[in-house]
Ligand binder design. Sequence first.
Ligand code: PLP
Length: 339
Amino acid sequence: MIDLRSDTVTRPSAAMREAAAEADVGDDVYGEDPSVNALEAAAADRLGAEAALFCPSGTMANQVAVRTHAEPGQELLCERLSHVYQYELGGAAALSGLQTRPVDSPPRGVVTPEQVRANLVVEDDHRAGTGLLALENTHNSRGGRAIEPDAIAAAADVAREADVPVHLDGARLANAAVALDVPVDRFTHAVDSVMLSLSKGLGAPVGSVLAGEEGFIDRARRVRKLYGGGMRQAGVVAAPGHLALENVDRLAEDHANAGRLADGLAAIDGLEVQPPETNIVLVDVDGLGLDVEAFLERIADAGVEATPLDETTARFVTHRDVDREAIDESVAAVERAVG
Ligand SMILES: *Cc1c(COP(=O)(O)O)cnc(C)c1O
């Protein structure tokens, strides 16, 4: 089976397993795990931030950021198809007591400065105000769109001028950096906090980092504890995560494979393929007269797995465990299944 459901399915490399086995460890809740401390320092450096916090997942890192930035009753302003709104079990409401004000930014998920200006709520006797603007890059549900640093800054500047903090969900920020050929920290100067997943295309088995100013990270560390994310000898997972930071450049391979997959699928009658910008390929299957579940079932029978995005759209994600040859096999399998 060729697994293109997500880049989260990547398995740790031999070097990562070795790093885990040999990691120097201590109790990280006491701040005494040298491997965690080294990862946090390296991640802060990469992200152009003062400090960073190692979290068990991207979802926890995002929700820790939300809780640290905003007060109950305030609003979370974000894009309608953003992960923090769609796929985190209503965490902003359930864990932080926020109400969410989503804005719709088709086709690429770029929230505009005008949208921010029009949807910021100023605190008064009747309204709790906007507590946080959350942006996402790459934008997952809009097809892994690599949003330019200037576009991120333009939206963020409007919020920050109104004293509203900005969080960047950069689960795949390294993919955006590689696609646009800029360093990862080009995206982070304009925001107050950023999350980067180590466990997606970068290939670590576990974990994400949250980065920001020192005072913010100190407060975030307490929220992580509140959420049950204070880990003890976490160096065994931080050490492979540290190696993952070295895997940024290889994401170019995943992007090339996504392009190859898109070209192959576009040649199949009935499939409408959105040209990929990074490692995510969205395919509209409506022209086959099938719904997405029927399509996914057929291609799974032929040996390829993908995920549903909506009733007619399937999502394929390329990653380090699927090489160019497997991409060609995938195209052939989909052709056999529906061609
Ligand atoms: C995967 C993802 C997350 C959550 O990360 P997990 O480690 O799966 O919890 C958050 N935001 C975006 C955009 C993602 O793609």
